[in-house]
Design a protein around this ligand. Structure first.
Ligand code: HEM
Length: 425
């Protein structure tokens, strides 16, 4: 059951040939590399958490977050015309990749760009074949695994992801250098105050910020590529799972969908125009019932269902048993979130659990609800991710009415680092 170890060993064993994993797989919190990486992310997120592709800071209530038709993709629009049922998971996976690249890396793609589906397919092959090694112990020795077709496909996937990160980072670096040159020429960079002199725009997106860190000697070229990969992978798989599961559950429970739609109509008015839908942070904060729904989805189907940990000291359990130091442990969010002690009727979809006075969530503030894990290795993208998800859901629920074709008891998931649906949504 050494999921992280296997992933990590496969990542680094043969150097360049393997998937660059960045902060996510640095072993041991508080190591200098992890600290540098985490501080970079923290700094960026505080400054630019809700930055739009244009680099504007959306913590200001008047700035608007825009989900464009291009990010959503034509998959839904085409089906809308024919009225066919549609498997939304692959469509929302591509949308989530475009969303992450658009807002974190200022990389915009046509919705049918092959890079997007190639990226999703490559990552699917890596996670599918690597996690099979966890559940099929005979595949664990490299000598055996390397003989399988899965190993070849995973290897090709890794190659694709690494090449893609290199190419994307290099492309963006050229733009950044050009822009930086312009700033220098026009003497913009004179004082330390970024906001006042325009230097802030040098890192309008996360990769630009990483370039600055590299210039200061805090990161290497490879670190920047790794962060590109880890933010893409860490960001899009989780986002697409939450979007898919929320629409699935709202389609299954129309009375909950009606509540969300009524709230959206209150905040945005009754009409909807796909070409000009924009949301401010102030509006996001007003979407209380949508917030409850997203939390309930994160409780029932946490995209990261387990978090691997290694204990440094013996742990004494209440019943007297001891877990010795050095053991690989798995904290299962999936199971914790179903503990009836905290969540009565745990399988039921009750978004109102998350309202402050609800009796369906006991001991709020305990570690019973941990979809993003907890410090120090908790998710640094959680606020950014949840805002993106809510804006995207507001768009999708204004644009369409959702019904499901798969009953909830037929829903099957498979573990591939994150949860993936096995059934069609
Ligand atoms: C709803 C969406 C998300 C969920 C449920 C989620 C969940 C998690 C969890 C549980 C972890 C800890 C993993 C572990 O313990 O092994 C984690 C780590 C991480 N997440 Fe997220 N995440 C989400 C969105 C995002 C987004 C949008 C980004 C980036 C844009 C992101 C970037 C990361 C990174 C870089 C780490 C590694 C942090 C470290 O090791 O210090 N996540 N996430």
């Amino acid at each position: 059951m050494k999921i992280l170890w296997i992933f990590w060993v496969t990542c680094v064993a043969n150097g360049e040939e393997y998937f660059v994993c960045g902060i996510l797989t640095i072993l041991g919190s508080w190591s200098p590399l992890w600290m540098t990486s985490r501080l970079s992310i923290g700094h960026f997120i505080i400054k630019k958490l809700y930055s739009s592709p244009s680099g504007k800071n959306l913590s200001d209530k008047t700035e608007e977050i825009e989900i464009t038709k291009q990010v959503v993709g034509s998959g839904l629009y085409t089906r809308d015309e024919t009225g066919e049922s549609v498997n939304i998971y692959p469509i929302l996976t591509s949308s989530s990749i475009r969303l992450i690249w658009d807002s974190l890396f200022a990389k915009t793609f046509e919705d049918d760009a092959p890079d997007v589906s190639n990226y999703a397919n490559a990552m699917f092959a890596i996670s599918y074949y690597h996690t099979r090694r966890v559940f099929k112990p005979w595949l664990r020795p490299d000598v055996v695994f390397n003989l399988t077709e899965g190993s070849k496909l995973a290897q090709e996937g890794i190659q694709f992801l690494n090449d893609f990160a290199r190419k994307s980072v290099n492309e963006r670096r050229k733009d950044w250098q050009k822009k930086k040159g312009l700033f220098l020429k026009s003497n913009f960079i004179e004082s330390d105050s970024n906001e006042e002199n325009g230097k802030d725009e040098d890192w309008a997106c996360y990769v630009d910020f990483l370039f600055e860190q590299q210039e200061k000697g805090l990161l290497t070229e490879k670190d920047v590529q790794e962060e590109f990969s880890v933010f893409t992978v860490g960001g899009y798989e989780t986002t697409s799972m939450v979007l898919t599961n929320t629409l699935f559950l709202l389609g299954t429970y129309p009375e909950q969908q009606a509540k969300v739609v009524a709230e959206l109509d209150d905040v945005f008015g009754k009409g909807f125009d796909a070409n000009s839908f924009k949301v401010t942070m102030g509006q996001v904060k007003q979407l209380k019932h949508l917030d409850f729904c997203v939390k309930e989805v994160l409780r029932l189907y946490p995209p990261v269902p387990v978090s691997p940990k290694k204990n440094n000291e013996d742990i004494q359990l209440d019943d007297g048993r001891v877990i010795p130091a050095g053991v690989q442990l798995y904290v299962s969010m999936y199971c914790i979130h179903r503990d009836p002690k905290y969540f009565p009727d745990p399988e039921a979809f009750i978004p109102e659990r998350f309202s402050p006075d609800s009796k369906h969530y006991r001991e709020k503030g305990s570690y019973a609800f941990i979809p993003f894990s907890v410090l120090p290795r908790s998710c640094p993208g959680q606020n950014y991710g949840v805002v993106n998800i809510k804006v995207f859901l507001a768009y999708l629920l204004k644009a369409y009415e959702w019904t499901t074709v798969t009953p909830r008891d037929k829903l099957k998931m498979s573990y591939q680092y994150t949860n993936h649906p096995k059934t069609q949504f």
